[in-house]
Design a protein around this ligand. Structure first.
Ligand code: GTP
Ligand code: MG
Length: 376
């Protein structure tokens, strides 16, 4: 595969630099040649300061191999335009990069629709801005002096596409709601796995349900929700109860995700967030500072999605990679105040405890009792 040499421009912060690199490298053909940092990326002309933009221009000219610049922040059309004009190669902002990653990953129809919706929301404010820029620089926005008209047509076209996609997403949602109702009718408890991207959700999901869904160190491996049943030991009788609980694997979270992207994925997440129990997975093998950032990011997103905190249960994953004596320290340092259980999907550590604890949770007990009563 042909590699594409890129530059990353980001903030001088280890967590942010690392995440920016990981995001870029999750598109296989990208190769990062150099990272430039800037304390502020909100200068009006280029996002970065003029001095930094000129430094990058010089580097690009000298090396003569860089194909793209990726700025790890939201940029306006104007800023992208100015940078491209100065440096002479394409510039991409953080949101465009995330959309590109989503594109390379989306497999289900619904995930594709969600991404198309996010893409339109990304484009909308830029259509007019872009037309203005072109007319200001004496290049005509549209053919034959009909710039304004063409922009209006593009805008209307995007709006039409948007409502069409929303309708289709809604259809998919109605279908899912029907399933959900059927589930509720049968009283089967639903447990969903949420958490930062790469925290190990799908690996745990596969282990519990004997599935083979794709897992990887790349960010955003999973882009659609999957629900399967799994066996849990039924406490009193202590025997396996086939299809006892439904488990839902979801799209991972990431920091600094713009609201319209969260919105676009809301319907994918809604099903999981209506679950009886939400397991929030945290990768315990990371630096405590990174864990803290990711944990608080997840909590913010869950808050934004109006999740009932009493349904939360925290799972520290990948504990095979750490000294288990660290577990208490992590819980304390992150100030986790929900129930916590440490697991490893690789070695099976804590998995039995997880299953058993799931069954001990009061609401699941109630559900089972209700269920048993119905049967009687
Ligand atoms: N050592 C170790 N690695 C694990 C464990 N669980 C998951 N991993 C690895 O962590 C990486 C991410 O796992 P995934 O299950 O794909 O993570 P995810 O949360 O589904 O990620 P997204 O789908 O991107 O949101 C993979 O390389 C897994 O092999 C574990 O218990 N121990
Ligand atoms: Mg996954």
């Amino acid at each position: 595969m042909k590699s594409s040499k890129v530059i990353l421009v980001t903030y001088p912060d280890d967590f942010i630099i690392n995440e920016g690199k990981q995001l870029i490298l999750s598109i296989p053909e990208y190769e990062i040649v150099k990272v430039f940092t800037q304390k502020y990326l909100n200068h009006s002309k280029y996002g970065m300061g003029s001095g930094k933009a000129e430094e990058i221009e010089k580097f690009v000219k000298e090396t003569n191999e860089i194909e793209e610049i990726i700025v790890d922040e939201h940029l306006s059309s104007k800023q992208i335009y100015n940078l491209e004009k100065l440096i002479g190669i394409p510039v991409k902002d953080r949101e465009r990069l995330i959309l590109d990653i989503f594109y390379t990953r989306a497999t289900t129809v619904e995930a594709k629709l969600q991404i198309q919706l996010a893409e339109i929301e990304y484009e909308m404010p830029r259509v007019r801005e872009h037309a203005k820029l072109l007319s200001n620089s004496n290049e005509r926005a549209g053919k034959g002096g009909m710039g304004e008209y063409i922009v209006d047509v593009q805008f209307r076209d995007l709006k039409r596409q948007m409502s069409f996609i929303k309708e289709k997403i809604n259809d998919a949602k109605i279908k899912r709601n029907i399933y959900q109702h059927q589930r509720q009718k049968t009283g089967i408890p639903v447990v969903s796995l949420v958490g930062y991207t790469s925290s190990g959700k799908t690996t745990l999901f596969n282990l519990l349900t004997n599935e083979y869904k794709e897992t990887s160190t790349n960010l955003f491996t999973t882009l659609s929700t999957t629900t399967r049943s799994f066996k849990v030991p039924h406490n009193n009788k202590n025997k396996e109860r086939e299809g006892g609980v439904l488990i839902v694997d979801t799209v991972g979270f990431i920091s600094r995700l713009p609201t319209y992207m969260i919105d676009a994925f809301k319907s994918t997440l809604e099903e999981s967030l209506g679950a009886d129990l939400i397991l929030l997975l945290i990768d315990s093998a990371e630096k405590i500072e990174d864990m803290r950032i990711k944990y608080s990011n997840c909590m913010d997103i869950l808050e934004e999605l109006n999740v009932d905190k009493s349904k939360l249960f925290t799972i520290l994953t990948k504990v095979d990679k750490i000294d288990t004596r660290m577990i208490n320290e992590i819980v304390e340092k992150l100030e986790i105040n929900s129930d916590v259980i440490a697991i490893s999907s690789n070695t099976g550590y804590g998995i039995h405890k997880l299953k058993t604890l799931l069954m001990r949770k009061q609401f699941l007990e109630t559900k089972y009792n209700e269920n048993t009563n119905v049967k009687r």
